[in-house]
Design a protein around this ligand. Structure first.
Ligand code: SF4
Length: 357
């Protein structure tokens, strides 16, 4: 399902570490190469000063190393940083760096989470989402997914602690490449991030959730639920017509059983659409069945879309239904309100400004 890329040299990380063809037969050279990439986050072979010049030249002749180039870094008052990347074919992409407990001067004092994208654009057309506005362009390769993590690590000066596949695109519609990226991200030969620090989100592709359950690793699943009933979900998420709740919830049960992990429901609160107590009670029933916890996210207005954020009393009323039912539900105050925090907004704005080339 990948679109056509212009003819470019292959990206090194689209070949898994361990399968690279190095002209040097010295076995430690690959280890040195991995250290430069995964521990020092360099973006060119040229910088790998302890590799022989001939090997660097040979690698550069065969492969590209940097999959993403930072085009713009948009910081916010709470130190969340949104990074706009340009890919080899000129496509634009976003990742968001989110510190857990930033100190006042912006220095890191807590864990660092990176939200990565999995596709350029998105075909799933959730009505409230900026990423779907322009349709789907292409899948990212594994190297382009890992490249966001390496590029962000270079910008932040350290490897992110947690990764969430919640940026642009539907990760499970690009599962083979997302899977290859997860292998590099979690492997000790790659970035070595513990699988339990990695969360894959989905709008609800039931068969792929079952497939994901079979992939080794204790990573987590976040379901973008956004409605408790098919009637409401059909209105805002076209994917629900194909995989209604009667198919989706059992698929999530398969995942939860296979991984013995608690699933998270993401629930964007949209004024007068999905913010009434009856909808909350329906979500409670799904959450109980799956032992899921719920993240309530008051909507961030997206330019060009008609949805609004509910008022505080409606948000509190909605959350109260979960409290009374004994289901964990937290209201997530989105970081980065002032920096186009809804996924896909920065990219859309940049494309409108004609800065893709
Ligand atoms: S919410 Fe996710 S699946 Fe839905 S259109 Fe946006 S990026 Fe695609």
């Amino acid at each position: 399902m990948s679109g056509n890329l212009p003819t470019l040299k292959p990206l090194l990380l689209d070949t898994p570490p361990g399968e690279w063809k190095l002209s040097s037969g010295e076995p430690w050279r690959e280890k040195q190469l991995r250290e430069w990439i995964f521990q020092r986050f360099v973006s060119s072979f040229e910088e790998m000063s302890n590799l022989p010049a001939a090997l660097r030249a040979d690698l550069a002749a065969q492969y590209r190393l940097a999959a993403v180039e930072p085009l713009k870094i948009q910081g916010s008052a709470d130190t969340t940083r949104k990074i706009l990347w340009r890919l080899g074919d000129g496509s634009l992409l976003e990742s968001v760096l989110i510190p857990a407990n930033p100190s006042r001067d912006g220095h890191r004092s807590g864990r660092l989470t990176l939200c990565v994208s999995s596709q350029v654009g998105c075909a799933y057309g959730c009505r409230f989402c900026a990423s779907g506005l322009d349709g789907w362009r292409r899948n990212l390769t594994a190297a382009e997914i890992v490249g966001q993590v390496l590029g962000a690590a270079k910008i932040a000066g350290c490897r992110p602690d947690n990764l969430v596949f919640m940026g642009m695109g539907e990760p499970l519609a690009n599962l083979p490449r997302v899977r290859a990226a997860i292998e590099i991200l979690t492997s000790p030969e790659g970035l070595g991030i513990g699988a339990r620090h990695l969360t894959v989100s989905t709008s609800g592709l039931a068969p792929q959730i079952e497939e994901l359950a079979q992939i080794p690793g204790q990573f987590r699943l976040a379901l973008s639920l956004h409605a408790g009933t098919d009637e409401t979900r059909d209105k805002i998420m076209p994917v629900n017509r194909k995989y209604p709740l009667g198919k989706l919830i059992p698929a999530c049960q398969t995942f939860a059983r296979a991984k013995r992990k608690m699933i998270t429901f993401e629930y964007i609160l949209l004024k007068d659409l999905n913010d009434n107590p009856a909808e909350a009670r329906a979500v409670v029933r799904h959450a109980r069945r799956l032992h899921a916890k719920v993240n309530l996210i008051p909507y961030n207005t997206v330019e060009g879309l008609p949805y609004e954020r509910p008022g505080e009393p409606a948000i509190r009323r909605f959350q109260q239904v979960f409290r009374e039912a004994g289901v964990e539900a937290t209201v997530r105050r989105e970081k980065g309100h002032d920096i186009d925090a809804a996924c896909g907004q920065l990219r859309l704005r940049q494309e409108k400004a004609g800065l893709t080339a």
